[in-house]
Design a protein around this ligand. Structure first.
Ligand code: PXP
Length: 256
């Protein structure tokens, strides 16, 4: 297959984390979203958590009203979040598992073992014209279950690969990248659009960007943290450039 353009979705949650540390309005995640788009983001992701620890309801309303690029609304499969999603009708909803005590989303959705809440949420979102993305571990069973559940997209959890790479555990890194490659292939064969995200940095993005079935990466924490040192615009531009060159390299090696 021919690798396509790789989109960058910038997750702005942690701009809101910094704002919320002092209350008030600064720094404004919506301003960061506009800047991200100027710097080359193809879309914006925001996760409205049950405990509102970062993004707020008002942030979602403003993003929906102001954004010129698609909004990917990350949400747990709860009645409350479903009602909010149906009110705002974002471009896409990425359904994630959510635990109150976790620092970040720890694992993918267990689509294979999901209760009735998942099909009901998928049906309601679909009826409103929202694209449905399921965040899953790079596990072929979960990918196949996502296709059966009626998802449009799977977002493959790249966290285990990034964690292994960070620890310089080369054996584990190779295992985890192979899982991403196999899951991406299975997903594309099942007719799903393939995204990936979680934990990606300048050091880990190239390998994931080179997987040809993946058409979008969602990146947040690293970009916002690195922006402290390099500025948000320059940091996003550099990530965009690395993704483009890794994708072009994959294209070159496939046609050679
Ligand atoms: N994708 C999903 C489904 C996530 O939950 C997150 C974290 O909010 C991300 C991507 C982005 O991960 P990170 O902030 O580690 O780049």
């Amino acid at each position: 297959m021919t690798p396509t353009y790789l989109r960058l979705g910038v997750n702005i949650d942690h701009v809101a984390t910094i704002r919320n540390a002092r209350g008030g309005r600064h720094p404004d995640p919506v301003r960061a979203a506009h800047l991200a788009v100027e710097a080359g983001a193809d879309g914006i992701t925001a996760h409205l958590r049950e405990d509102r620890r970062h993004i707020s309801d008002d942030d979602i309303a403003r993003l929906k009203a102001e954004l010129t690029r698609p909004l990917n609304f990350e949400m747990a499969v709860t009645d409350e979040m479903l009602e909010i999603a149906l009110r705002h009708v974002p471009h896409a909803c990425c359904l994630v598992p959510e635990k109150r005590q976790e620092l970040t989303t720890e694992g993918g959705l267990d689509v294979a073992a999901q209760s009735n809440s998942l099909p009901r949420a998928i049906e309601k979102l679909r009826a409103s014209g929202v694209r449905i993305s399921l965040f899953v571990d790079p596990d072929e069973k979960q990918v196949e279950a996502s296709a059966r559940a009626g998802a449009d997209i799977v977002e493959l959890h790249s966290g285990p690969y990034c964690d292994a790479a960070l620890l310089n555990d080369s054996e584990r890194t190779a295992v985890e990248i192979d899982r991403l490659i196999a899951a991406a292939r299975t997903a594309a064969n099942a007719g799903l659009e393939v995204h990936a995200g979680h934990g990606l940095t300048f050091n880990t993005v190239n390998t994931v960007a080179a997987i040809p079935q993946i058409v979008e990466l969602n990146i947040g924490h690293f970009l916002i943290g690195e922006a402290i040192f390099g500025g948000l615009h320059a940091t996003i531009q550099r990530m965009r450039a690395q993704m483009d060159s890794a994708r072009a390299g994959a294209l070159g090696s496939m046609s050679a």
